[in-house]
Design a protein around this ligand. Sequence first.
Ligand SMILES: Nc1nc2c(c(=O)[nH]1)N[C@@H](CN(C=O)c1ccc(C(=O)N[C@@H](CCC(=O)O)C(=O)O)cc1)CN2
Length: 281
Amino acid sequence: MTELLDGAKVAKIINDKTAQRVTKLDKPVTLAVIYDPDNEGSQLYVGMKSRKAAKLGIQTRDIPVGADETTDSVIALVESLNADDDVTGILVQSPLAKGIKERQVFSAVAPQKDADGLGATVQGMLFGDALEPYTVAATPQGVMSLLNYYHIPIKGKVALVVGRSQLFGRPMSALLNNADATVTVAHRYTEPAVLKRLLKFADIVAVGVGIPNFIKGEDLKQGATVIDVGMNVVDGKATGDVDFDSAQGIADFITPVPGGVGPMTIATLLENTVTLAELNQ
Ligand SMILES: Nc1nc2c(c(=O)[nH]1)N[C@@H](CN(C=O)c1ccc(C(=O)N[C@@H](CCC(=O)O)C(=O)O)cc1)CN2
């Protein structure tokens, strides 16, 4: 039997805690969101984040940054938000308009305001397994919360991360490594035959490549835990990177799309936002 890892349910539990934490703060929690207004996906996700934030008592300041901006002008904007005492957290929605060097913008965010955990400083702390508090990218941190909620063992397990994006694959591999899994990262240059062998060996598979139904059930190890970060749209329907139907009866646990990692991403971003407000009050 394959059990669902219900991200929508766990996100609600996290969101309820976040709302309670917001009420205990002396100061308003304000998240500044920089995004490309011409990107339909970003419009959708920024809207989802702002609506959820409002429900939890977090204010958002959505700042459109179009293709007429430059990397330098967006960095100057980030620096002004870093210096603004009314802004407690900053999020740079990916992707930014073509031509703006997103990684440089992520890294301009002050670590104490880096709600999305994508800057070089906090990512370095993650890879160094630092002892001081720091934020972690919302999607992989949300995956860890989901694994922990369902008591999925990680220590000593073989984990395969498919995809090495800054938003997901790289921080996911560091989190699993810090949690004592044996981690391999596969990516676009991994030979298909090698990927097949790695999949058959992996107790935990976390996939974020943006290719609908890229991984089939027959490729998985019997009893695997499968985390699907895919957010593709096929025939108007949200579709993951894993062929959900063929994984039934092979995976022990799987995240659905929709209702798996997506809601956890937003809940974790807002959890990070309130954590930063608490740390810096
Ligand atoms: N700065 C960032 N940019 C982007 C991130 C990110 O974490 N930080 N992730 C994605 C988009 N994203 C959040 O930004 C996101 C995508 C999808 C969902 C979600 O809840 N999806 C629903 C399905 C929605 C639908 O029906 O279409 C689900 O999975 O249930 C949340 C957040 C790229 N950019």
